[in-house]
Write a protein that binds this ligand. Structure first.
Ligand code: NAP
Length: 331
């Protein structure tokens, strides 16, 4: 099989794409012919040794795949043969084959394209976890309008949050640096957009929401996150999601003022400790997708041999929405 190999943690351009032996098929497992591999911001951090987890090398990056089942171990039902499935593999996704536990593969509903299915898992489960399990939402019970400001709203995690917020009845304000990113957010129902490259995001969000937002969904952090804490109104909630712009230094006086709350969201670690709870999250998200209440973005497609470029484009903010890799002969 062909695979992207990280031989040592370091620059993205050191990744190689090589022919390697297929992994052995284990008891309880199936082999997938990978049709698309989702690319996440975290993949680039892991490869460069910038993430809190430092994987032993060499390793094949890539956390989420969609593939066709081409082989089942003898203790696995052959009914899975030929099925188009998705799997959260942790590592090993950037390859033409993957061996995964049969009880972990999920048959993909017809409502999702291969590209969408390979790229929605991390961003949507994070958003669904954040907004239905971590945030204190009263929109359904109170009937009162609730405003959510999403930073990095044209990126994978931000765009999913826009989609989920709208589906949950929030009035979503999307902040993004380019028109194509803002357009993706509008298409998912954002009621207002802010040009984060040229406008004062905090002031605009306060104006649009009539005084202050109820939820700040922040995958960006840095000075933007620090400033936007001040866009929260009374009892406003700051959801700490990610730090692509640096770790924000949140002033405690601004948390005290207006009775704000800061809420951590660590979906990945939680999902590892709570596989059943995570399966429940996925079921809820898939039901919303089937009901057409959520619409994951159709990703941009790169070849497996372009993995380093795809990761660099993501890191340098050149991607609107999501990215997948496909085998070179598939494009
Ligand atoms: N907490 C969790 O459980 C969890 C789960 C998954 C991912 N995450 C985290 O969420 C974050 C976002 O991931 P993602 O997949 O959405 O990434 P992404 O697709 O690359 O989007 C990130 C967005 O952040 C904005 N940005 C602002 N400053 C940036 C900078 N200095 N460098 C790069 N981007 C910058 C960019 O939008 P503009 O150009 O519009 O500014 C970009 O579109 C990552 O930190 C990831 O680790 C957290």
């Amino acid at each position: 099989m062909r695979a992207v190999i990280c031989k040592e943690l370091g620059p993205l351009e050191n990744l190689s794409v090589e022919e390697v032996p297929s992994a052995p098929l284990l008891s309880g497992h199936v082999r997938l012919r990978v049709l698309a591999s989702g690319v996440n911001y975290v993949d680039g951090l892991l490869i460069q040794g910038k993430y809190q987890i430092k994987p032993p090398t060499p390793f094949i990056p890539g956390m989420e795949v969609v593939g066709e089942v081409v082989e089942c171990f003898e203790d696995v039902s052959s009914a899975l043969m030929g099925k188009r499935v998705l799997a959260n593999v942790g590592f090993g996704g950037f390859a033409t084959e993957a061996v995964v536990r049969a009880d972990r593969v999920i048959t993909i509903p017809d409502t999702l394209t291969t590209g969408q299915a390979a790229s929605f898992l991390q961003s949507y489960l994070t958003g669904w976890f954040a907004l239905t399990r971590r945030a204190h939402m009263s929109v359904q019970s109170s009937g009162k309008e609730q405003w959510m400001l999403v930073l990095g709203a044209g990126g994978g995690v931000g765009l999913a949050a826009v989609d989920i917020g709208v589906a949950l009845g929030l009035k979503v304000i999307a902040a993004a640096s380019s028109e194509d990113k803002r357009e993706l957010a509008r298409a998912r129902g954002a009621v207002a957009v802010i040009d984060s490259a040229n406008e004062d995001v905090k002031e605009r969000a306060k104006e649009i929401s009539g005084g202050g937002v109820d939820i700040l969904y922040d995958p960006v952090g840095g000075t933007l996150g620090e400033t936007c804490l001040r866009a929260l109104g009374e009892d406003g909630q700051y959801l700490v999601i990610g730090f692509v712009g640096g770790i924000p230094q949140l002033p405690a006086n601004q948390v005290l003022l207006r009775n704000r709350r800061v809420i951590g969201v660590d979906w990945g670690a939680w999902a590892g400790r709570n596989p059943e709870g995570n399966a429940q999250l996925l079921e809820e998200v898939l039901a919303k997708i089937a009901a057409k209440q959520l619409s994951p973005v159709e990703p941009q497609v790169y070849l497996l041999s372009e993995a380093a470029k795809a990761l660099a484009d993501l890191e340098q903010r050149r991607v609107a929405g999501k990215v997948v890799l496909v085998a070179d002969e598939a494009k």
